[in-house]
Design a protein around this ligand. Structure first.
Ligand code: SIN
Ligand code: FE
Length: 289
């Protein structure tokens, strides 16, 4: 089965919204077509040309009071871009509180980014090529028993969609790739942490996710032939998904905002739906920490 795309309208902000959490945890992408996030006259410049130093992939803040990284423009412009990201962070928090109330107080917001570049036009190594379908995994930042929840918004001013491919269910993908992955070594994981190559010790889950990410991106035959569907997110649309569970590739589009959040597996409505649990079940044993 391919990841479902689930349109949500404003009227669904009611107690019945627990259905949204269920859908999200099961691997849906929720699409909100009519949420307001207006840019003012000054901010419109941020969707007319990229305010990025071009060195980093994105322009971002790590938290509400963090400095803007990767930005460009005058001091005033960078301060306003930073303020825009802080506002988007609040918008993302409101979305969680309104539509995913079961997660209120449980999702920890991490980075917020402004992505002005066309995903197509950046020449990247295969590992960093996000046009290839993958699940998200962070090489230096072990995730452990947390989930990656992402809230995206297309802010393109010229009508251009953000074009994604979404792929098959995580379990079906894992079935094909798990047997090909190298085994986990707690010793090497401790070494990577001691050498500060990783910020914390990589768990077996992190090891598997990194190798899945790479194996998926390297496999051009899988990329071409695996079950998949094109999705176009229109300007003004906001979409929410667990990017560690939903197979995705970004095929085109520019000017997007993105908020990352972390949720403990134990705080899910149904922890059994987490990729951590799916992988353990496929292996027939608990994963090593
Ligand atoms: C990704 O997480 O693969 C990138 C998503 C996007 O840039 O649209
Ligand atoms: Fe991704």
């Amino acid at each position: 089965m391919i990841s479902p795309i689930l349109p949500v309208s404003r009227s669904e902000a009611n107690p019945g919204a627990s259905g949204l959490v269920e859908a999200l945890e099961s691997g849906s992408v929720l699409v909100f077509r009519d949420l307001d996030f207006p840019l003012d006259a000054f901010e419109r410049r941020f969707v007319e040309r990229p305010f990025a130093d071009g060195k980093a992939k994105n322009v971002s803040i790590r938290g509400e009071s963090a400095a803007l990284k990767g930005g460009a423009g005058s001091d005033e412009e960078q301060a306003r871009l930073r303020a825009l990201l802080v506002r988007y962070r609040h918008f993302a928090q409101d979305l969680i509180d309104t539509y995913l109330p079961a997660y209120t107080g449980k999702v920890t917001l991490a980075g917020t980014s402004y992505r002005p570049f066309d995903v197509d036009k950046r020449k990247l190594s295969w590992r960093r090529d996000d046009t290839r379908m993958h699940v998200d995994a962070f090489p230096s930042n072990p995730i452990g028993e947390r989930r990656i929840l992402r809230i995206f918004r297309n802010i393109n001013a010229e009508g251009q969609t953000r074009h994604w491919r979404v792929g098959e269910a995580f379990g079906d993908m894992a079935e094909k790739f798990l047997p090909k992955l190298p085994g986990y070594s707690g010793l090497s994981a401790s070494l990577l942490a001691a050498l500060k190559i990783t910020k914390a010790k990589r768990s077996e889950y992190d090891h598997l996710m990194l190798h899945l990410h790479d194996a998926l991106k390297r496999d051009l035959d899988y990329q071409a032939r695996a079950p998949q569907a094109d999705v176009h997110f229109h300007p003004g649309e906001t979409w929410v998904t667990f990017s560690d569970l939903v197979m995705h590739g970004a095929m085109g589009g520019r000017y997007m905002l993105e908020q990352t959040g972390y949720l403990a597996v134990a705080d899910q409505a149904d922890p059994e739906k987490a990729p951590q649990r799916i992988l353990a079940k496929k292996l027939g044993r608990p994963l090593k920490h």
